[in-house]
Design a protein around this ligand. Structure first.
Ligand SMILES: [Fe+2]
Length: 293
């Protein structure tokens, strides 16, 4: 397996393997897992996979999420990201699917608003958009901060709410069913990877407040951290090709879709793997006492 550097200090392409081998060969899994822990974004080119192969590959990393209410693919292990309506045509700009794609263009971390956040997302492009996805390393962003601020953030918690990120695009974009199913969640602002002991900012468009901090002050700090984490020159932009799979570490990255001409169709399929204790999940939750305060 060959590792080719793609981004500024993170993101690599893994060459010389098929993702199907990860499930059948423990040594291949170990090598891919080590690259995942170290480089945060992995790109696999020329992979011809169907839904089953994508899911089998994803399962090697943990338990797949069941797609939430209100998303395409609800009740399955697949999230369908599409701009194609039931009539087979690209939907107009004010269609709910189009608005949801605009929320995808905000910097975010998949599932930070869920009770059990995500370790990784695996994305396969079926119909290739003209523009790529953009990633930043929140691990490198954390390591760029002053030591005193890092220490403060390691002991701070942020509130994440699905309805908050949706509300930035349209006030009623999160439905009453989604709001009921996805109450706000509190998580530590720094996710420490137990494998390499490196911390990463855990932020994103769903974060709206810092626990114990006045709302405006907390929002200002979140905005400053988001700006620092997405500073010019720190991102990797992926240009999709047919047969590409991209997987990323939701603990150590943020990503966003890039705008593309509205008339061009996009169809992507995502599997998302929930984090567990070995991924550092336990340290992300406030203690019972902190949560009660
Ligand atoms: Fe996403």
């Amino acid at each position: 397996m060959e590792i080719i550097s793609l981004g500024p200090g993170f993101a690599v392409e893994l060459r010389g393997m098929k993702v199907a081998e990860v499930a059948s060969d423990a040594s291949v899994y170990s090598a891919v897992r080590a690259a995942f822990e170290q480089h945060s974004v992995l790109v696999f080119r020329n992979q011809e996979v169907d839904d089953d192969t994508q899911l089998t590959f994803s399962r090697c990393f943990g338990r797949p999420e069941v797609t939430k209410v209100g998303s395409q693919g609800t009740g399955t292990h697949f999230v369908i990201l599409s701009t194609i309506g039931e009539d087979g045509k690209v939907v107009p700009a004010d269609h709910r699917l189009a608005l949801r794609n605009r929320t995808n263009q905000l910097w975010h971390t998949d599932s930070s608003f869920k009770k059990i956040p995500a370790l990784t997302s695996v994305l396969l492009a079926r119909i290739i958009p003209a523009r790529g996805g953009e990633f930043v390393s929140t691990r490198l962003a954390f390591e760029r901060l002053e030591p005193r601020l890092r220490a403060k953030l390691e002991n701070s918690f942020a509130w994440h709410d699905y309805a908050h990120s949706r509300g930035q695009i349209a006030p009623d974009l999160a439905s009453p069913e989604e709001r009921a199913a996805l109450p706000p969640q509190c998580g530590r602002l720094v996710w420490k990877n137990p494998v390499n002991d490196r911390g990463a900012l855990y932020l994103a468009s769903h974060a709206y407040a810092i626990e114990g901090m006045e709302l405006t002050t907390g929002k200002k700090l979140l905005d400053e951290l988001m700006k620092a984490a997405t500073a010019p020159g720190t991102s990797y932009v992926h240009s999709w090709r047919s047969g590409d799979i991209v997987m990323w570490d939701n603990r150590a990255t943020m990503h966003r879709g890039r705008p593309w001409p509205a008339h061009e169709a996009r169809l992507m399929v995502r599997t998302t793997i929930s984090a567990t204790a070995v991924d550092g999940l336990e340290t992300m939750r406030p203690s019972t006492q902190q949560a009660a305060e």
